[in-house]
Design a protein around this ligand. Structure first.
Ligand code: ADP
Ligand code: PLP
Length: 400
C-alpha cells in the first residue's frame, strides 16, 4: 500500500449537521476533508448533542422548527442514541451566515458539499446559496461543483418532513453530483428500484429529466444477497443516457452512523484527485469522450478509493465495538449508576456505531485497492446478448 497524495488547494463549503459527541454530518465530513488537505468552511444546519438521524419520529410528533428537546423514551425503531438535545439552524440564519461570507469576499469555493438540513425552508436556502456560488464562479470563469447528499431517510422511512422531497426535486437541476441511498433515489426519481432495468431507469431520470451529470447511489440491495452492498455510479453520456458502474462491497453486520457523510467527504477529495485538480464543473473539461468505459470514469476511480478507505475503517470500527461489548452480556440494571455501567448501558442501547475515523488516518490516506468498479449492463442488454448468442449458435450449427 503506497501513501496517497492529498489534495491541495481545494476550498469546500460544507453545509451539514454539527454534533457535540460523535461523528456524523460536518463533524465527520469536515474532519475527513481537512485530514486530506482541503480547506473547509463548515456551516452547521443543526447543533445536536448526538446523532439522531435514525430516530423515526412519526410526522405528528415531529418537533418544532427551531428547537429540539427530545427525551427518553422515543418510540419505534431507532439506531441512534435514544435522546438528544439541541437546536436547528433556521433558513434565515443559514442565509445570513452566507451573506456574512459574501460581505467579506470569502466565497471562492471550488466545491460545496451539502448533507442533512432540518426543514424544507433550510434546504431551499441552501439551493439559493448553490445558485449564487455557481453564478459567481461562472462570471469569473472559475470552477464550482455541488455535491448534494439529499438526506431524507433510509429503508422505506422518511426522517424529514414530507415537504422536503419536492424541495429536493426542485434543486436537483443545480447539482453536479448527487449521493442518494436507494430509498432517496427512489423518492427523487419516483421509480421503485427492483431490478437492473429499474435502476437504469432511475439513473436515466436523474440524467435526462434533471440534467444531473453524475450520480452515485451509495448503497443498494440488488440481488437477494444480504451479504453484499452495491454502490452504483453513473456519469451521463453526451445524450444524457447513463454510463453506469457497480462496486460490490461485503456488508458488515453492524449499523454505523456517519457513513453517508464519510462517503460524501471522501468522494469530494478523490474526485478532485481523479481529475487531477482540474475544473470539476463542465463535464467536458475532464471527460473527453463518450468512449470512456464506465469502469474507467473518474467517478468510478474515485469511488473505488472511497470504498477502499471506508471498508477498512468500518471493519476496524466493528472490531473495536465487539471488543467493547464483549463480556457485557450479564444482567445490567438501570439502577447501576456508576460510570462503567452507564457506558455499557449506552453502548447496548445505541445500535449505530460511531465510526473510528480519527484513529484510522492511515486508512483514509492510503485506501486499499480491493474494490473494483465494473460496467453495469441493463437487464435487457444481458437478455439481448443471451438471445444474440443463442441465435449465433443456431446459425453456426445450421451452416455446419
Ligand atoms: N454495514 C455496512 N457494511 C459495509 N459497508 C457499509 C455498511 N454501512 C455503510 N457502509 C458503507 O457506507 C457507505 C454509505 O452508506 P449508506 O448506508 O448508503 O449511507 P447513508 O444511507 O447514510 O447515506 C456504503 O456505500 C458502504 O460503503
Ligand atoms: C444529526 C444526525 N444524526 C445522524 C446522522 C447519521 O448519518 P448517516 O446517515 O451518514 O449514518 C446524521 C447525518 O447527517 C445527522 O445529521
Amino acid at each position: 500500500m503506497s501513501s496517497e497524495p492529498v489534495v491541495s488547494e481545494t476550498r469546500v463549503l460544507a453545509i451539514a449537521s454539527h454534533v457535540v459527541y460523535g461523528y456524523v454530518g460536518n463533524k465527520m465530513a469536515a474532519f475527513v476533508m481537512q485530514a486530506m488537505g482541503c480547506d473547509v468552511a463548515a456551516l452547521n444546519t443543526v447543533q445536536f448533542s448526538t446523532q439522531t438521524q435514525a430516530i423515526h419520529l412519526p410526522s405528528h410528533s415531529r418537533v418544532a422548527a427551531c428547537f429540539v428537546s427530545v427525551t427518553d423514551p422515543i418510540p419505534g425503531n431507532h439506531t441512534g442514541y435514544k435522546q438528544f438535545k439541541g437546536t436547528k439552524t433556521s433558513a434565515e440564519e443559514i442565509s445570513h451566515l452566507y451573506t456574512g461570507l459574501k460581505q467579506s469576499y470569502l466565497t471562492d469555493f471550488d466545491v460545496m458539499l451539502t448533507g442533512y438540513a432540518p426543514s424544507a425552508e433550510a434546504i431551499d436556502a441552501i439551493g439559493t446559496i448553490a445558485r449564487d456560488l455557481k453564478l459567481r464562479a461562472s462570471t469569473k470563469a472559475g470552477s464550482f461543483f455541488w455535491v448534494l447528499d439529499p438526506v431524507m431517510g433510509d429503508q422505506g422511512e422518511l426522517y424529514v418532513g414530507e415537504d422536503v422531497v419536492a424541495v429536493y426535486r426542485n434543486l436537483l437541476r443545480d447539482a453536479d453530483l448527487i449521493l442518494p441511498n436507494q430509498f432517496e433515489a427512489e423518492l427523487l426519481s419516483e421509480i421503485k428500484i427492483t431490478s437492473l432495468t429499474t435502476l437504469q431507469d432511475a439513473l436515466a431520470t436523474f440524467h435526462k429529466t434533471y440534467r444531473i451529470p453524475h450520480v452515485i447511489i451509495t448503497s443498494i440491495q440488488l440481488s437477494n444477497s444480504p451479504s453484499t452492498i452495491s454502490v452504483i455510479g453513473s456519469t451521463a453520456r453526451a445524450d444524457f443516457s447513463p454510463r453506469s458502474f457497480k462496486i460490490d462491497v461485503p456488508a458488515i453486520d453492524c449499523f454505523f452512523s456517519g457513513t453517508g457523510d464519510m462517503f460524501a467527504a471522501l468522494t469530494v477529495v478523490r474526485l478532485r484527485e481523479a481529475v487531477k485538480g482540474a475544473n470539476l464543473s463542465g463535464i467536458k473539461s475532464w471527460i473527453s469522450s463518450d468512449d470512456v468505459d464506465a469502469k474507467d470514469l473518474p467517478l468510478a476511480k474515485a469511488a473505488e478509493k472511497v470504498i477502499g478507505s471506508m471498508h477498512a475503517i468500518l471493519v476496524k470500527t466493528k472490531e473495536a465495538r465487539d471488543q467493547e461489548l464483549e463480556g457485557m452480556s450479564g444482567p445490567l440494571g438501570v439502577m447501576e449508576m456508576e460510570e462503567d455501567s452507564e457506558k455499557r448501558l449506552v453502548l447496548r442501547r445505541t445500535k449505530a456505531a460511531e465510526v473510528r475515523v480519527v484513529r484510522c488516518l492511515e486508512d483514509l490516506r492510503s485506501p486499499r485497492t480491493d474494490w473494483k468498479a465494473e460496467a453495469l449492463a441493463r437487464d435487457e442488454d444481458a437478455e439481448g446478448q443471451e438471445v444474440k448468442k443463442r441465435r449465433e449458435q443456431v446459425l453456426e450449427k445450421g451452416e455446419a
